[in-house]
Write a protein that binds this ligand. Sequence first.
Ligand code: NAD
Ligand code: 4PL
Length: 243
Amino acid sequence: MKLSGRVALVTGGAQGIGRAVAEKLHAEGAQVAIADLNGDGANAVAERLDGLAIEADISDEQDVDRIARETLARFTKLDVLVNAAAIVPFIPWDDVDFAYWRRIISVNLDGAYLVARAVERPMRDAGYGRIVLIASNAFMAGTPNMGPYLAAKGGVVGLTRALATELGKYGITANAVAPGITRTEAVMNSPHKDALDFVQSLQAIPRHAQPQDIAPAVAFLASEESGWVTGQVLVADAGHVRN
Ligand code: NAD
Ligand code: 4PL
């Protein structure tokens, strides 16, 4: 139980990788708050984990401040942030216009910044924190049909490095987990699912990833024992890309 007594905020925890992370952190002893645009989904997960559900948009500054306030009101502290909320688009490059670009950057990059900024104060006051941002190996692979998403995830890697540098002196680490293609709702309800077999042929471990395959890497970086690891990207993709 590497998270006994810890309080974790998981954004995007209503489904997919975020939900598997919330379940894993709870299984490791953490109390969990789940923030998601999908309030009903967040409620269903929170009920099973005896946690807190917060319906909120991570790209909205006021919503994000409320996420932090409600988590602290319920649990009095905030040890761990996992930012899993994001839009996972499938969009041919020729269909990307500036409004679409802005929407993806606003949720997937601005959202990560806003959430990290909101948890920074309580973590600094406590002299302890673990920030885990969910990036993607698509940034390294240059996966097609996700242009703005690749740019946002590259930004998330840069943000991870900046947070590590700026917050290390306060006892806070910041790392990213970069999953490969995973059988989540986002993938199974989009043309991305048609790439699962091809990507499997590039992996070292020949099967499709489930959300539960990603969660343990996140739990390690969310735990106290990862304390000498910061500013890093942990790729969890069965060896699809190697750095
Ligand atoms: P998903 O769509 O199944 O789940 C994402 C969740 O985030 C949903 O519950 C959704 O409601 C929530 N969300 C979306 N926008 C939000 C917003 N503005 N505010 C609050 N909540 C919001 O997606 P997933 O596949 O589980 O992806 C989870 C994370 O993993 C994302 O960061 C994604 O980029 C990353 N990722 C996914 C894959 C993959 O193949 N599935 C691979 C690499 C990285
Ligand atoms: C390799 O992050 O990393 C599809 C969909 N394929 O969201 C991703 C790969 C997808 C990915 C991703």
